[in-house]
Design a protein around this ligand. Structure first.
Ligand SMILES: [Zn+2]
Length: 51
């Protein structure tokens, strides 16, 4: 099958999974991005986790 990897951006504060990110690249480093979290109602650090 295709090598598509679905990564999830998880809030590091409340652990809520807020964003889904599709990537074709196998080699992807752990990325931490500041994103808006609905649950926290503010911008928090989101960590990319594999589905
Ligand atoms: Zn949160």
């Amino acid at each position: 099958m295709a090598d598509r990897i679905i990564s999830i951006l998880q809030c590091t504060v409340c652990k809520n999974k807020n964003y889904y990110h599709a990537s074709n690249k196998k080699k992807e480093k752990k990325i931490e991005i500041k994103k808006f979290c609905k649950k926290c109602r503010k911008h928090t650090l989101h960590k990319m986790v594999k589905s």
